[in-house]
Design a protein around this ligand. Sequence first.
Ligand code: MN
Length: 721
Amino acid sequence: MLEIADTIELERPEDKLIRRLCATLSGYLDQTQIDQCVQAYEVGAAAHAGQFRKSGEAYICHPVSVAISLAEMRMDANSIMAAILHDVIEDTPVSKKQLAAQFGAEVAELVDGVTKLTKIDSKSHAETQAENVRKMFLAMAKDLRVIIVKLADRLHNMQTLGVIPAAKKRRIARETLDIYAPIANRLGMNNIRLKLEALSFEAMYPMRHAVLNNAVKKARGNRRKIVDIIESTIKNRLEQAAINCDVAGREKNLYSIYKKMLNKKISLADVFDVYAFRIFCDDVDTCYRVLGVMHNLYKPIPGRFKDYIALPKANGYQSLHSILMGPYGVPIEIQIRTHEMHRMSESGIAAHWLYKTDDDKTEKFQDRANEWLRDLLEIQKSAGDSLEFIDNLKVDLFPQEVFVFTPQGSIIKLPRGATIIDFAYAVHTDLGNACVSARIDKQLVPLQTKLENGVTVEVITATWARPNPLWLNYVITAKARSGIRNYLKHFKQQEAIDLGRRLLEKELLAMHLHLENIDETKIQALLQVMSKQSLDELLEDIGLGNTMPFLIAKRIAQDDINATVKLDSDQAQKNPLIIKGTEGMVITLAKCCRPIPGDSIIGYFNPGKGIVVHHHECRNSSVVRKKQTNWLDVEWSSDAVGDFPVEIRIEVLNQRGSLATIASTISELNSNIENVTVVDQDDRICVDLITLTVKDRVHLAKIMRRLKELSIVLKLTRVKA
Ligand code: MN
């Protein structure tokens, strides 16, 4: 006996699997590609040698099984190789570099992508799930095939859960239901979705699964006869009409039966009250003809017909659905679709890899995937069922990106969180520089509005418009940022020169001099001492706060331009600089104390930035004042007009409608609330910081008086630092 056993070459499970894989691959790949896959198997098997699955099988059985399910979906050779090698980077000494050298960069990238997901998987607990999912999709944005391999990996792991603690089993099943099944659904991969759901259901509720399974088996036996009668009646009628198509009875899967019973709180008998059939046709025309024949055969139940061929579901699903009143009064559910639609409904996104091209480059795949995505967006838009799209998913497949339409219908891809300003710059820098507002789906919206998938954006421009430095807070794309910065840099330079000229003139005036009367040779000598190329360059430096204007004025006033200037601040600051508060970028109002017209103010030279204007009582300004040379007297111009933000701190009774009363009081007095922050709150009192805009001190006083009159207001102060 022993001798015989020794000579018989026992076929190992992995041999069986690789044979099955090759057989499946030979259905759609050429021999060179199959050879590459076999080579990947040899490398994988060698790398995993000595590793075993919990079942005792060689580890390589797992990746090969994953590859088989991808082959059944007819995925391309690179995906198959990546599936075979999907665990080598993580679990063996083989590196990404080695894979790239042997199987090409694409395979290496795919394996690397899956490895990243696996790493996430292994540390996944309920609380980190959201993060997992986000990262998962990070990889997906690069190549959808990574997700498809990962889904197949999860499927095989679910199929081979084996004996693990019940709690762990439930957790994995929960995760599969919450994350993987919806992804499969969103990608239209129904086959995988149904399998994942069925396995998760069994793992999560083994008892319920067993009971339901038995009941369903029994019920099916009892129904067999009616099913047969209906099926042959349908077939006969279609034959009479000379329509070529396939009819198949459709068994509802256990999980969907379970969900139905649970959600609708109905009994198994009620779920089973429906007899379901699928009819497969060669083309769309035939589908509608079959529908006519069916509605003629059995009476359709009103309101239950759905045309998902003309109006596909959000995940691309297409089919005709109708419910008919059958013999013995049993309802019959029919689904009519083409073979092509059926294949799409089973494999979804994976079906896009089926069409082989000579030039199977990544871009091609990505192009097709993007095309699919575009279709999906179109469907979503035209069907208007984006709600369903969201309903079906707890997760977002493209968390990094948002796709929007131009009025001409072309799609612009932007990072998630992008605003209309980003959009405008993405279309053209000139559009960005000139935009003032926009319409989203014909609704007027502000520029900082964040874009959502599928909307149409129309940018409104004006000839007088120019970028605002505040925009930098609202943009996230590099293109918008550099567009705004480039514009502002140029603009700021001009502003700085103008301010520098004003400041220097002011200082010269105190010495009874005028810049225009200064001798040109003296100016040239000064520029040489200051090592500046031009007067503008010097003025810009003054305007930006890098050079103190009264020092330059003193040099000019002296006979010898080279003499050292002694600091003499008493002399320097006689007449204040008059500001309007709306000068632009080189004169800014401090955020700490938010000065408004009417306040006494001082200016502070902030090197490189210009002058920052503070409230006289601002704590920051008293620090500033110690460094004598860096501040200068400023005063509000009597015609300063604008909306100036100011902050108030308000203590109110914590009761319903308090904030609304305050808000309406403020707006009645022609002020806008820019921001409200709740800083402290208990049952009785709520303390808020409100930023509102006012014309000036008088305006603010009026608002504060009115607020103090309200019975709910306990305390009210203006915030100055
Ligand atoms: Mn795996």
